[in-house]
Design a protein around this ligand. Structure first.
Ligand code: WT7
Length: 635
């Protein structure tokens, strides 16, 4: 192996292996990057040519109404036509599209032909239920193939989907259904997690009570346990798709490039989660291009993005990007350590997975079990690895590189966001790597680290990460809240027209970007994104809580863990039971990922004179750090 660490700039550099470089889809970075910046529209037009359009665009980029950019103006396309239909006309018709394994060990596989049959059947069912172009269908499912069918069936008929992660609970689901005003909900009776059944249908029933917009709920039978089904509202998926008309042909709807493909709710600094909106055209071009170039996709690859389709990672890199590229994708329903910590390695060996894309939190979790679990398996099929979700600590990077990649697989540490649609800062397989750095911007993207005045900070200094140029995969707006879109991302550097990422970062003298973390009230727990405000409102919805604040504090496995500060209602006393009850309450309202690590009962909370909780003060205190400027503190 030619991958050898050497020293430079105080951090190790891992040069790419010769055979990786020799066969890489992209052979050169600097020159192509320069070209892509000088002629951004030309670069993206060339990439868009790789997709099938019903009608070609008139103009690549319309920036006449910033920050509401439009891409591939007047182009007509459907992402499903690119992800399925076009492959049916080639040898890929019989190629495996999906290899799926359930946690209990059941296996299902679908060729592109079979995938088309499933999606068509479901699309016909949705149509018969009255689902139309422009409607938003909410999907709340475990990681089973029907989740992918449901997303694609919506897109095929021009409806948008709003996937709510199956780990979320009643309140999180209810408020997302309500915001999207969904009339149709697709769910399952349950899913498996560490041998237990997650009772999704029950949670969905509760959520439907709270948000009564749902007229039709379609339930996939996965676990087979008894669930409540309401007459005239609830239907079994298997009943509907077996009605003969479901087999009819279903034309893939012709969409405008800028038509809504999906919304995906994500947490922000304040208030309720926001529905980040992505489109058929630009998003298709961006996910397919980044997937193919960064992960060097070849036709014989077996691609495994071990995220959940309920998050943007899954939307872009389990479903859309890979299927557009005609890849074989691997999906696994359950936990990495069930029944034993060798589960992933076993599946990599069994299916000959060639690329594994996962999160630092999963890597740290598997690292804890030790490499003996890996070494029982032949995982030599792997040729590339990936990481996403939060900064990867160099120790975990090196373990991943050595023990999983056997020092031959480069690690693509991809920095991006729900809002960006796809990779923004990322290595290519040819990039010399520095453990912990997402390296350099992807083609077409200009990034900088700036101070509050918008001046670039000095080399190596920390500042705010901004993106200076538009890209096709960028979110178009926040659903029903364009003002919030402007306010959240574009207001601070309005004069310059830059996108504020919400992260702090530094850039070293080689131009490598090092992400430090969020600078707003977003908390990344195990790579999942949560807002302080959501956790606080869940706490305050409990009868005994008067006020609450939530912050993230460093945690060895999770990256960050949630610590809550609670003021009880007058006259109430805290005890261990109440602490436990409050933790459970948050879990029941939002989901297990939001359950606080610790709850501190306090008499007051540090606030500004205008009444805003100063979470940074709580955080500094908890970490024993200097609390900084307190001039705005009330009292
Ligand atoms: C935030 C976005 C994009 C898919 C999953 C997360 C953090 C993401 C990295 C990385 C350091 C990262 C950032 C970002 N983040 N990838 N490779 N290195 N930090 O999407 O839930 O929208 O979260 O995740 O803080 O802003 P998301």
């Amino acid at each position: 192996m030619t991958n050898k660490p050497k020293n430079g700039n105080g951090s190790e550099i891992f040069e790419p292996a010769a055979e990786i470089v020799k066969n890489a889809n992209v052979q050169e970075y600097e020159k192509l990057y320069k070209k892509s910046i000088e002629d951004r529209e030309g670069f993206w037009a060339e990439q868009a040519e790789n997709l099938d359009w019903f009608k070609k665009w008139d103009k690549v980029l319309d920036d006449s109404n910033k920050p509401f950019y439009k891409w591939f103006v007047n182009g007509k396309i459907n992402i499903v036509y690119n992800a399925i239909d076009r492959h049916l006309k080639t040898w890929r018709k019989n190629k495996l599209a999906i290899i799926w394994e359930g946690e209990p060990g059941d296996v299902r596989t679908y060729s592109y032909h079979a995938l088309d049959r499933e999606v068509t059947r479901f699309a016909n069912v949705l149509k018969s239920m009255g689902t139309k172009k422009g409607d938003i269908v909410t999907i709340y499912m475990p990681q089973i193939p029907e989740l992918v069918f449901a997303m694609l069936a919506c897109a095929k008929i021009g409806a948008a989907h709003s996937v709510v992660y199956g780990g979320f609970s009643v309140e999180a689901l209810a408020e997302r259904i309500e915001d999207a005003n969904s009339k149709v909900l697709i769910t399952a009776d349950g899913g498996y997690r560490r041998g237990k059944i997650i009772d999704l249908k029950n949670i969905a029933n509760e959520a439907m009570k709270r948000s009564p917009t749902i007229e039709v709920c379609i339930t996939v039978k996965r676990t087979g346990h008894e669930v409540f089904m309401e007459n005239d509202r609830d239907f079994w998926y298997h009943d509907l798709i077996s009605i003969p008309f479901a087999n009819n042909k279903c034309e893939t709807e012709i969409m405008d490039a800028e038509d809504m493909l999906f919304i995906l709710y994500t947490s922000g600094t304040t208030g309720r989660p926001k529905g980040v909106l992505h489109t058929h055209g630009g998003y298709a071009v961006y996910t397919a291009t980044t997937h193919k170039m960064v992960f060097d996709i070849k036709d014989d690859d077996r691609w495994w993005c071990a995220a959940d389709p309920g998050w943007i990672t899954g939307h872009s890199y389990i479903v859309y990007g890979p299927l557009i590229n005609g890849s074989t994708i691997m999906m696994y329903e359950g936990a990495p350590n069930h029944p034993y910590p060798n589960r992933w390695w076993q599946m990599i060996e069994k299916y000959g997975v060639t690329i594994l894309y996962t999160s630092p939190t999963a890597i740290r979790g598997l690292m804890r079990f030790g490499e003996a679990w890996i070494n029982r398996h032949d995982i030599s099929s792997l040729r590339l690895l990936g990481s996403v979700g939060e900064p990867i600590n160099p120790e975990a990077w090196k373990w991943y590189f050595k023990e999983v990649g056997k020092e031959k697989c480069p690690i693509m540490d991809t920095w991006w966001q729900t809002e960006s649609g796809g990779f923004m800062i990322t290595p290519l397989p040819i990039t010399p790597l520095k453990p912990g750095s997402a390296t350099k911007p992807f083609f077409g993207n200009e990034v900088a680290v700036v101070n509050n005045k918008g001046e670039e900070v000095k080399v190596g200094e920390e500042g705010k990460l901004v993106i200076k140029s538009p890209w096709p995969g960028m979110a178009r707006t926040i659903y029903k809240a364009p003002d919030r879109f402007v306010e959240t991302y574009w207001k601070e550097f309005e004069k310059q027209g830059w996108y504020k990422a919400g992260d702090s970062a530094r850039i070293d003298k080689d131009g490598y970007v090092w992400i430090i973390g969020r600078i707003d009230d977003v908390i990344k727990v195990s790579g999942y994104r949560l807002g302080s405000a959501e956790i606080e409102s869940a706490l305050v919805s409990h009868d005994s809580v008067s006020e609450a604040a939530a912050i993230g504090l460093p945690h060895e496995l999770k990256g960050n863990a949630i610590h809550a500060f609670v003021i009880l209602k007058a006259g109430l006393k805290h005890n261990k039971e109440l602490e436990k009850e409050l933790k459970e309450h948050v879990k029941n309202e939002i989901g297990a990922i939001a359950k606080p690590e610790a709850i501190n009962f306090v008499e007051t909370l540090p606030k500004t004179r205008s009444g805003k909780i100063m979470r940074r003060v709580l955080k500094a205190q908890a970490l024993g750090q200097d609390v900084g400027d307190l001039s705005t503190l009330d009292d």
